[in-house]
Structure formats: C-alpha cells, structure tokens
Write a protein that binds this ligand. Sequence first.
Ligand code: P6P
Length: 336
Amino acid sequence: MKKRLGVTVSRQIMDSQRLHPQATGDLSGLLNELIVAAKIISAEVNMAGLADILGQSGKKNIQGETVQKLDEFANATIKRRMEQCGYICVMTSEEEEGIIPVLDGYEGKYTLAFDPLDGSSNIDVNVSIGTIFSVHRKITDGPKGSERDLLQKGSLQVAAGYIIYGSSTVLVYTTGEGVHGFTLDPSVGEFFLSHPDIRIPERAKYYSVNEAYTNYWYDGMRKYVEYLKEIDQKTGRPYSLRYIGSLVADFHRNLISGGIFLYPRDRKSTDQPEGKLRLLYEAAPMAMLVREAGGLAVTDDGQDILDIQPVDLHQRVPLIIGSRFDVERAKRFVVS
Ligand code: P6P
C-alpha cells in the first residue's frame, strides 16, 4: 500500500466506506463519534497528573470543575456521546453491571461494548492506559437493543479497536479490512495515519505474563513459560519478558514488535477461575484485531476466542494472544 502522508482517520473511514456501495455510513458515523470521545478522554488523561494532584486534595481542578476519577470520566464521556449518536441500539461498559440504553428516537443498527479506561490503576504512576471498543450488528427485532444483541460471538464483530493514551495517543482499529494505526496530533486535534496495514510478526520477540501467579497455573502453562526461558534454537537466545500490567500497552507493543500475551486460568481461585480478563471488553476485540493482523487468540483450552458464544456481559476468559507461531506452540503445551 503506497504510503499516504497526512491521511486523517476520518479520510480512512470514508475511503473504507466507499469500498462498500451498499454502506449507509452508519458505521462510519459510529466510529467518528467514538473518535471524538477518545479525543476528549485523551485531553483529560494528559491533564490527569495535575487534575489528580488537585483531586487528591479534594479541591476543584484548574477549570474549577470537581475532579472526577478518570475511569468514571471516560465511561461518562463515551455514554453521553454514544447514547444520542443514532448509530447504536444498546451499549455495555466494563464499568457497569447491566446494559446501557440509548435515548428514545436515537436507536441505530449497531451495538457497542467498551472498556472506557483499561488499566486505570496505572494512572497514578503514569503508565499507558487505554479505551477498548467492540461493535456488532443488532440481531433482534424492533428498534430497542437488548442483552441478546450484545452477547454475540467475537467472529461476528463488524469493528474493534483501542485508543492507547501513552507517550502519544494512538488509535488502532479494524473493520475487517486490515488493521490501521493513527497518531493524534494534539496541536490540530486530528488522528493521522501512522501505522498503515499493521501485521504482527509471525514470531514473538517478547512474552507478557504476570509470573507472580505461576503457582496458580495448570501444569501445561507452567511448562510453556519455563520453555520460553530456554535458549531458542532458532534465535540463540531466550524470549524477553515485557509485562506492563496494562492490556492495551502490552498488546500494542506485541502487535508492533511481535509477542505473546498470556493471562491463564487460575486453578486456585474461587472467584476468578477463568482468569481476570473479560471476553466482551478485552479478549474479543483484541482477538479480532490480532486475527486481522495475522496473529491468533485462544483460551488455554486452545479454543479460538472469536468462536466463544458469550452467556454473560461480564464473563471472563483465559487469554493467549499474539504472534501466530508462538500461540500455536503454546497451544501444544497447554491443551492437555
Ligand atoms: P494483573 C488492568 O487492571 C487489567 O485489567 C489489564 O489491563 C491487564 O492486562 C491486567 O488487568 C493485569 O492484571 O493481575 O497482572 O495485575
């Protein structure tokens, strides 16, 4: 693909829409509304240090507003924007228990699942955090959306993506025609194409897992992670461990540089036996992105994340995701 300089994300969305003559423009509109929300959140995240300092004192921020917790702010920003955009019929947020309706008369043909600020525990230590989103088509009759419209397989997503608020704010998304990355130029408030047609390297350079939980893993997972520490015959060195503890940051690095991220089942846990990550807001959107970029995402039973039929808005799944060669090899260890 010829490198096109200065392409804005809005231009990319319109170009993609033109490839589908039957398109109504609703998906484009949905993405553009989400992008406005992302810009608002990005501005707030970048002020978080200052706002947070003021917030800790219980004072008002420099605009004289009451300081909100950033994840509450991000959640409210996306809800406020999307409930009246006219492109979705129902939403669900990682931050909220039940479904979130849209305003009467503003029902659209898509659904939205989102994690407004994943990794928010890292805000106070200035570690990258992110917003993750997943879009499906409405499948029930009538204008009102329902839980059934949200509980759809990841393979049926029409769009998925994330915005990572780090040293720069980067939007990465797919509508099923490749994965593209855009970097926000805050001086003009535009996302410009910076990572066209992202392909995850076939082989991982890094592995990302919280080794503090080693004693909670099943044998196959323990053996696999130990294997990664041996000298790799092909490269002559072991893998490097990189674990930030913020899924969007760990996933983004592995997507660009090649890596495998693992959040295994916990054989000792009673409340999180399936691990910590949620299917609708984290595993499924990341699985669509990685598949579109040439990678793979499975559970630690070897099941493709995209094939899982959700039964609960907040169900958790174990996740092995990243470079295809490495995920396939991990499956051979963990699938007993
Ligand atoms: P642990 C952040 O809280 C999060 O949901 C993901 O972003 C991240 O990958 C994971 O939890 C980290 O979990 O148990 O290693 O701290």
